[in-house]
Ligand binder design. Structure first.
Ligand code: G4P
Length: 599
């Protein structure tokens, strides 16, 4: 059995008696410590999907059923009012796309649920990856008419990289859809993960009547509710009842349902918590977020099947690790910190400037991994070699709402820490106790597009430098420069590197709206970047050998050599010739240094 699954089951056993029924007002038994009980009632999830599959709609419906909002229309309306709770930046509102990710938290049936919103557009995959680093569960949303789409595939791989349990919600069944078996086959064939259908659809399009809950063999028939309203369940009937046939009033659908149920009982794997946790199976739900078919059933099932905060891998620890650090861990040799570890620890997965443009603030989003966080806690900064900080200005965040945190936070929670002096970088760990904790770093994705960023008005240099610095800190794009160009932009225009062009558009728009600077961006004809981990000596050697003709040599924020290749072909030829000499890598992580960051 996969170690994550083993650890999860061990945690549950250790906390017995644990009542995990959704009907219970308190999902966790009284035998455990407050920290363990609170951790165990956390359920967080990140939704990954191709744009337009219905992520915003599903998010708002989850909030609606969770009681966090009263009416779906209150959050996302049509046309000019189009704006979701999670979309707060001007550009997002204008374009109706979600760029930056945020956090939505609410209480549901005794569980604290956190939805970590991820941007759907592929150009922001890196932001999604960082957010997934903070999540314990991923929900893969698929448009039932389209099946797997390019961005579903890409984000599935990202979730896989993070080893997250994956739940699948197949949406828009109120429209003519692919057959549910076809969709499951596609998932299994392409992703190598077995599907365990939990909610199985009865028909699609105009004939979509409801879903079979395979766990109980009960069929839930719905009535189409008004848009935005909670759907009415007309009836809940046993699969094999005569009433079901009568109420369905469609012999073909009824026969199909019975046949499907039989096939699934024979072929589908059992709904095994350990197999979900290890990513061997994905529980699959069919429904329609817009018409509310199946959304609440999904939410209830997720409370039961979703993972509470899991143990997290640490980079290093040295000898004498604390007793509740588990040896062996996620992969042989990796060490982890359990959520039940008594000392506080957490890591920064996101930085955001100007969440509230009136205050020009900078916020570090920290995922709590162990211990208890209380405002005023004195913590150590792992990358800054244990430098101590008192965290008094801490916010709790939900969408664009922020309130001063006045209660304890537990593993699985996300807190916002003011970051005015740029003390935090993405991936930084903070912790208490004598044992240094440093969670595995979050690597940057390899940039694929490059642009020269020029500020045409010298009088605005200060705003330009400040805005750019803050956006770079957030990881909105990366900055490269000529070797030895220490002033980073006063003289030479910086080169920006991104995964997708929309990231440039965001930087340009935010520099304009948040810092009042109109920059011009000129695309540069490079196709790929690689970090030369062997250092400048090796780069000089390869240059002298004539291997780097047409390759531009720049340095990153930390002075490390980055090579830009004009084509994949050139990249491949350098890889073939100089792999050992240059040690090329598609990405690099922030080095552990006494903050000697060269701007
Ligand atoms: P996204 O965040 O993944 O990009 O998708 P979003 O929720 O914005 O949904 C994309 C479109 O799909 C929206 O239509 C939305 O109403 C529609 N949609 C979402 N869920 C369902 C569903 O279950 N059934 C059907 N039939 N449609 C669904 P739109 O026309 O682009 O916007 P709007 O005018 O409806 O707001």
């Amino acid at each position: 059995m996969h170690v994550r699954a083993r650890r999860y089951l061990a945690l549950l056993a250790a906390l017995a008696p644990v009542a995990r029924g959704v009907a219970s007002s308190s999902p966790v038994g009284a035998g455990a410590s407050t920290q363990a009980r609170e951790a165990l009632r956390r359920r967080n999830l990140a939704i990954i999907s191709h744009p337009d599959a219905g992520k915003t709609t599903l998010t708002e419906k989850l909030l609606l059923y969770g009681g966090a909002i009263n009416q779906a229309g209150a959050v996302k309306a049509k046309g000019e009012q189009r704006r979701a709770t999670s979309d707060f930046m001007e550009l997002e509102q204008q374009r109706g796309i979600s760029i930056s990710s945020t956090v939505l938290a609410y209480e549901y049936q005794g569980y604290k649920t956190l939805i970590l919103d991820t941007p759907g557009h592929q150009d922001f995959s890196e932001d999604t990856y960082r957010t997934l680093a903070a999540a314990d569960n991923a929900v893969m949303l698929i448009d039932g008419a389209k099946g797997l789409e390019p961005q579903t595939r890409k984000l599935f791989e990202v979730a896989r990289l993070r080893r997250l349990p994956i739940f699948t919600f197949v949406n828009k069944l109120d429209r003519p859809s692919l057959s549910p078996l076809q969709i499951c086959d596609q998932i299994e064939a392409e992703f190598g993960i077995r599907c365990c259908p939990v909610l199985w659809p009865i028909g699609s399009g105009d004939r979509f009547k409801g879903v079979l809950d395979r766990r109980t063999s009960v069929v839930h028939l719905f009535a189409r509710g008004a848009r935005g309203a909670i759907a009415e369940t007309v009836a809940e009937l046993p699969l094999n009842s005569a009433e079901l046939r009568e109420m369905l009033n469609d012999d073909e659908l009824h026969a199909q349902l019975l046949e499907d149920a039989e096939i699934l009982d024979e072929l589908a794997p059992p709904l095994d918590l350990a197999a979900i946790a290890s990513g061997d199976i994905t529980p699959v739900f069919f429904g329609s977020a817009m018409s509310n078919f199946g959304v609440q059933l999904f939410l209830n099932a997720f409370m039961q099947l979703g993972l509470p905060p899991a143990a997290r891998a640490v980079e290093d620890g040295g000898a004498g690790a604390a007793a509740d650090f588990e040896n062996g861990a996620i992969e042989a040799g990796t060490r982890v910190v359990q959520p039940t570890h008594a000392e506080f620890s957490g890591f920064v997965f996101k930085l955001q400037a100007n969440l509230d443009p009136r205050h020009r603030d900078r916020m570090a989003f920290v995922r709590v991994c162990s211990g208890t966080f209380e405002p005023g806690l004195r913590v150590k900064h792992s990358r800054l070699k244990g430098k101590e900080l008192t965290l008094s200005q801490v916010q709790s965040i939900s969408g664009n709402e922020r309130t001063t945190l006045d209660e304890a936070c537990y593993p699985g929670d996300v807190i916002g820490i003011n970051n005015p002096a740029g003390t935090f970088a993405i991936g930084d760990t903070i912790y208490t106790g004598s044992e240094r904790i440093s969670y595995s770093k979050i690597p940057s994705f390899s940039p694929e597009v490059f642009a020269l960023c020029t500020n045409p008005s010298p009088s605005k240099y200060k705003q330009f430098a400040k805005g750019l610095e803050q956006l770079l800190d957030e990881g909105a794009v990366q900055r490269l420069r000529e070797r030895g160009d220490m002033d980073g932009g006063a003289g030479a225009a910086p080169i920006l590197a991104a995964v997708g062009p929309l990231q440039f558009e965001v930087v340009q728009s935010r520099l304009q709206s948040e810092y009042g600077v109109d920059v011009t961006l000129e695309r540069l004809p490079f196709a790929a970047a690689r970090w030369a981990l062997a250092g400048w000596g090796a780069v000089e050697q390869a240059t002298a050998d004539g291997k780097l003709l047409g390759v531009r040599k720049l340095e990153d924020t930390w002075g490390r050599p980055v090579l830009l290749f004009p084509s994949e072909w050139k990249l491949n030829s350098v890889l073939a010739d100089c792999t050992t000499l240059l040690q090329l890598r598609p990405y690099a992580v922030a080095p552990d240094i006494e903050e000697r960051r060269r701007k």
